[in-house]
Design a binder for this molecule. Structure first.
Ligand code: GCW
Length: 717
């Protein structure tokens, strides 16, 4: 009786505390908010488990797990509960390796336990206990985060029975961070890697970064820009990098660095960087050995070569395989990998830029050493709002390919637009390459099941910076989150991902979650409508890539202009990539070609990517091309306004700070959507020579205004 009274008193105090403290939130805690329970019943239910935890075994990762439980419990109960974490084995939550399980359990669940891979885990409710078990420490950490997620999303624990193994071995982030702390295409402040203070100072943010990544199963990170500086391979920097690697190790995260191909010349004055030169080969071997002395579990190199001014094997008349194999051979004795990017193209090559990577790499299939993975962007151009999938996927059965997504929104509104990238990625992951008949999806290329790849990997270009909330736009945290979830399992439903993220990040309130989820799931197609509808691409402003620039023409490189891609004239618009044009289409499997070769049956979403279409052409929608384009731009603007109204409708459901932040960014988004629509329609109207269809709002300014519009110091270049 008395204990019941005490318990009620405890929860009553807890809720009084909650009411007075729920207004400010700067978003730093990401989806690991561990926000206080919202009802008495919830608090009561989870209290029983979280107050009594057994953590069996010892390792640096166990310490991390213990701290995470403490942090979570503190958050859930506003500091009023300190969990008892012991190794007795009697706790309501039991965390430990398979080898430490009580015999009774390991016998009864033998079949399930055998299915747990090196990075997997099992969550199971057995006779009053929640068991988190795994083969290795890292699996225990992943399992712990999965359990905490179950609590954050208010799952019942007495129904838990979840066996998870990641589908892709290496799940990585690529930072495009420079050593001077600027971030290429970064819109959330400066680089979080404070090289100047390393190796002695390990910023708390590195640890929180590791926690956030581990909570998603991200197990690798490359912390330097692919437009690489060779300095990072010198002892001064290797010592600093080693300190970061040490900090990440308990979280199961391996460190990678970018390798500048000309490093032997820049650092040690070798006369050449020719991959077939024995002195160059010896240099890389020594360098690899040196790196492993600093970082014994170093992941390997990420390399951008022969692209946008970066040095590479082409400088010596060698192939991409020669270049990649040079580094692979050096790393091979230590088990390191080379992630060699396929983003190779040149203004001196006369073919359509979107064809060049395939032309270059396809003939090299099978010629790479077996610790090389070729890293391919999702589309053949460059992270546009929407692109067809890259034709290399499905075309390299003998060479492991990994996906490179861009989490930072270079072409999708940068830091101020709410665009849920999971929708874009899902379109790509589900795309069918037909490499081995119907159902040969990109997910199956990546998880290795289609071609039996020895190595499987995926990466995302990070959107992380020193902004207090990490990503600039509070909703851009969802992109980091969703990327991690899809990297773990590319088959995951993106609606589920959105829902989990919203509940963990903001609140479990049902109206909030369903309204915000709806915004998220529609946001990508809305942005495509107001930026690049109908398969338009590369029509953004020059250099900083912020805002519209369909008029961009001339200059140093034709393949960096807008007119190269849209080719608008009075006759029509679009890039003919069929056999009558550049024939980029031929790089796809015949079954895929069929979907896109005929103008009449090509999905309108890809129309102008593959076809050149007269303005008066009547489309499957019943509209002429011009009308359809104008209506889609208008629809995009209306979509952005709808997002704004929907967001306003859930005011009061979450803290004012993040609510207001998103609200003010939505204002920017709406006005920039109008800017895109007005600028593009006015520009294209010169060629279409027709009035705007009914329902499309007239632009506020004239074309000259938009073309003359200059912005200075746009971030991210
Ligand atoms: O999209 C382009 C970007 C460059 C980037 C390059 C790449 C790191 O505009 O900033 O350079 O892609 O992926 O290498």
């Amino acid at each position: 009786m008395f204990t019941r009274f005490l318990k009620s008193l405890f929860f009553a105090c807890f809720f009084v505390l909650l009411v007075f403290t729920a207004t400010a939130n700067d978003g730093y805690k990401l989806w690991l908010q561990y926000a206080p329970f919202e009802t008495h019943t919830e608090a009561h239910y989870y209290h029983e488990y979280l107050s009594d935890i057994s953590l069996v075994g010892q390792s640096p990762t166990h310490e991390v797990i213990s701290k995470e439980f403490q942090l979570a419990t503190e958050g859930f109960f506003k500091g009023s509960l300190t969990p008892r974490i012991d190794s007795s084995g009697n706790g309501k939550i039991w965390v430990g390796k398979i080898s430490d399980l009580p015999v009774k359990i390991s016998r009864s669940f033998k079949d399930q336990l055998e299915k747990i891979g090196d990075q997997g885990y099992l969550l199971l409710y057995v006779s009053g206990q929640v068991i988190v078990t795994a083969k290795k420490d890292v699996g225990l950490l992943y399992g712990t985060f999965a359990l905490l997620k179950a609590i954050q999303t208010r799952e019942r624990l007495d129904e838990l029975d979840r066996l998870e193994n990641p589908k892709i071995q290496t799940r990585m982030l690529n930072h495009w961070d420079n050593l001077n702390r600027t971030v290429e295409r970064g819109y959330a402040g400066f680089s979080i890697w404070n090289w100047h203070r390393l190796p002695n100072h390990i910023d708390k943010q590195y640890i929180d970064y590791a926690r956030a990544n581990a909570s998603l199963g991200i197990n690798a990170t490359s912390i330097t820009n692919v437009n690489a500086n060779a300095l990072v391979l010198t002892p001064i920097y290797l010592e600093k990098a080693a300190a970061i690697a040490d900090a990440f190790r308990p979280y199961g995260i391996k460190l990678y660095l970018t390798a500048r191909f000309s490093a032997p010349m820049e650092l040690d004055k070798l006369p050449t960087a020719d991959p077939l030169d024995p002195a160059v080969q010896a240099w890389w071997k020594d360098k690899a050995k040196e790196i492993y002395e600093y970082i014994p579990d170093f992941g390997g190199f990420v390399v951008k070569a022969d692209s946008e001014g970066q040095p590479g094997p082409h400088n010596y008349g060698r192939t991409q395989a020669d270049g990649a194999n040079l580094l692979a051979e050096a790393l091979q004795p230590f088990g390191g990998l080379v992630m060699w990017r396929a983003f190779v193209y040149s203004e001196n090559t006369p073919t359509d830029r979107t064809k060049q990577a395939y032309d270059e790499f396809k003939p090299l299939d099978g010629k790479f050493l077996d610790n090389v993975i070729v890293q391919v962007k999702n589309g053949p151009l460059d992270f546009q709002p929407r692109e067809p999938f890259h034709p290399l996927f499905g075309a390299m059965p003998e060479t492991p390919l990994m996906m490179e997504f861009q989490i930072t929104k270079e072409y999708l509104g940068q830091d101020t637009h709410w665009v849920n990238l999971a929708s874009l990625w899902k379109e790509v992951l589900q795309a069918d390459t037909y490499a081995k008949g119907q159902g040969s999806t990109i997910s199956k290329v990546l998880d290795g099941s289609l071609h039996g790849y020895k190595h499987t990997a995926i990466t995302g270009v990070a959107n992380i910076g020193t902004d207090r909330n990490w990503t600039g736009h509070p909703t851009a945290q969802a992109d980091w989150y969703s990327y991690g979830r899809l990297a773990w399992d590319p088959h995951t439903d993106i609606g589920q991902i959105a829902e989990d993220w919203l509940k963990m990040t903001f609140t479990t309130d049902a109206t909030f979650v369903s309204t915000a989820k709806n915004i998220m799931l529609k946001s990508h197609s809305i942005a495509v409508d107001y930026m690049t509808p109908l398969g338009l691409h590369h029509i953004m402003a020059r250099s900083h890539h912020w805002g519209p620039g369909p008029w961009v023409t001339g200059g140093r490189r034709d393949d960096w202009t807008a007119t190269y891609y849209h080719r608008a004239s009075e006759d029509g618009i679009g890039f003919d990539r069929t056999s009558a044009g550049s024939n980029a289409l031929e790089q796809y499997n015949p079954a895929v070609q069929k979907q896109w070769q005929d103008l009449e049956s090509t999905s309108l979403d890809y129309l102008l990517w593959f076809h050149r279409v007269p303005w008066d052409k009547e489309l499957s929608s019943g509209n002429t091309l011009w009308m359809e384009m104008a209506l889609r731009y208008q629809r995009g603007v209306e979509g952005a306004r709808w997002m704004q109204a929907e967001w306003d409708s859930i005011e009061g459901k979450i803290d004012e700070e993040r609510f207001g932040h998103i609200r003010s960014f939505l204002k920017i988004q709406v006005s920039e959507a109008e800017w895109w629509r007005d600028a593009c329609l006015l520009y294209f109207q010169q060629f279409a020579q027709q009035p705007l269809p009914e329902g499309v709002e007239a632009p506020e300014k004239d074309l000259e205004y938009y073309m003359g519009f200059r912005r200075f110091f746009v971030p991210g270049i």
